[in-house]
Design a protein around this ligand. Structure first.
Ligand code: NAP
Length: 288
C-alpha cells in the first residue's frame, strides 16, 4: 500500500491501538496516533518501523479542546483529506460494584463519556476529512455490544450505544462513499486486564458472586493470553483488511471464542439466558 495514505488512530499508547499503529506504519501508512502522555509518544515512535511516518498527538477524547486541536493538526498534516480513522480509545470497568443494580451512576457516566461520547466526539471532528477521500471509519466496538455478559459494569451499554450511533452514521454517510465498520472483538490480551481491580468488587451483599465472576474472567484471560486468537495483532490485521477493502463487512468479529459468543447472541433470549447462566457458573467457579 502506498505511503501517501494516512490513518488516524485514537488510543495508540497501549494494547490494540498501539499494536495497530505499529502494524499500519510497518505496512506503509502514515499513522497519526493519539496518546495522553509524552512518554507514550516517545515509546511509540521509538518502536516504529518508519519513525518519520508515525506522528503522535496528545488527546483525551473526553475533552472538546483536545479533540478540536487534534482535528486542526490532522487537517494540516493531511490537507483535509484523511484516508482512514480507527476510533479505538476506550476503558473497561471491573472495579467496585459491577452489577446493574449497584454500579454507581458516576461510573456508568465515565464509561459513556469515554467509550460512547468520547468516540463520537473524535469521529465527528474528522468526518469531513473522511468524506473528502471517500475513506473508511473503523470503530473498536466489542462483541459484548451483542452478547451481554453479567457483571460488566456498564461496558456493554457504552459499546451498544456506540454501535447504535454508528448504525445511524453508516446509513446516512453511505451516499458520500464513506465505509463504516464496527469491529466486535472478544477477549484480546492487552494491558486492559491489568488495569482492573477484582479485589475492589464486593463479595457480599445481594450479588455475592460478582467478585468471583470478575476474578474468574480475568484469570481465564491470563491463562489464555498466549493463544494466537487473543493477540492484538489479529485486530491490527483486521483493521488493515477492512481499510483496504472496497466493500468491508459492517461488523466483523475477532478474538478469543468470538464465533461461539457471536452465535450465542443470536439464540432466542430464553436460551441465551440459560447458556449465560452456565457461563456465569463456570467463570465464578474459576474465580473461587
Ligand atoms: N481487550 C479486549 O479484550 C477488548 C475486547 C473488545 C473491545 N476492546 C476495545 O478495544 C479498545 C482498546 O482496548 P485495549 O484492550 O487495547 O486496552 P488498553 O491497552 O487499556 O488501551 C486503551 C487505550 O485507550 C486510551 N484511552 C483511555 N481513555 C482515554 C481517553 N479518555 N482519551 C483518550 N484515550 C484514552 C488509553 O490511553 P492511556 O494509556 O493514556 O490510558 C489506551 O491508549 C477499547 O475501546 C476496548 O473497549 C477490547
Amino acid at each position: 500500500m502506498s505511503s501517501d495514505r494516512t490513518i488516524l488512530i485514537t488510543g495508540a499508547s497501549s494494547g490494540i491501538g498501539r499494536t495497530t499503529a505499529l502494524h499500519m506504519n510497518d505496512a506503509g501508512y502514515r499513522v497519526i496516533g493519539t496518546v495522553r502522555h509524552e512518554s507514550d509518544a516517545d515509546a511509540l515512535v521509538g518502536d516504529a518501523a518508519q519513525p518519520d511516518m508515525l506522528i503522535p498527538i496528545r488527546c483525551d477524547v473526553t475533552s472538546d479542546a483536545d479533540v478540536h486541536a487534534l482535528a486542526a493538526r490532522v487537517g494540516d498534516i493531511t490537507g483535509g483529506a484523511l484516508d482512514a480513522m480507527f476510533s479505538n480509545a476506550g476503558i473497561a470497568n471491573m472495579q467496585g460494584d459491577v452489577t446493574a443494580e449497584g454500579c454507581p451512576v458516576t461510573t456508568l457516566d465515565r464509561m459513556m463519556q469515554v467509550n460512547y461520547l468520547g468516540a463520537v466526539r473524535a469521529i465527528q471532528a474528522h468526518l469531513s476529512m473522511l468524506r473528502a477521500t471517500r475513506g473508511t471509519l473503523v470503530i473498536n466496538s466489542a462483541l459484548m455490544a451483542r452478547t451481554v455478559l453479567p457483571y460488566n459494569g456498564g461496558y456493554a451499554a457504552s459499546k451498544a450505544a456506540l454501535e447504535a450511533w454508528a448504525d445511524q452514521l453508516r446509513r446516512e454517510i453511505r451516499p458520500h462513499g464513506v465505509r463504516v465498520v464496527c469491529i466486535r472483538a472478544a477477549a484480546i490480551a492487552t494491558p486492559l486486564e491489568a488495569k482492573q481491580d477484582p479485589a475492589s468488587v464486593p463479595a457480599d451483599g445481594p450479588y455475592p458472586d460478582q467478585q468471583a465472576f470478575v476474578r474468574g474472567g480475568l484469570e481465564m484471560m491470563r491463562r489464555d493470553a498466549g493463544k494466537k486468537a487473543l493477540q492484538p495483532e489479529r485486530v491490527a490485521e483486521l483493521v488493515q483488511r477492512v481499510v483496504e477493502k472496497h466493500h468491508p463487512p459492517a461488523k466483523p468479529i475477532v478474538g478469543g471464542m468470538s464465533r461461539p459468543i457471536w452465535l450465542l447472541g443470536g439464540l432466542p433470549i430464553r436460551l441465551q439466558d440459560a447458556a449465560m447462566a452456565r457461563v456465569a457458573r463456570r467463570m465464578t467457579r474459576a474465580g473461587n
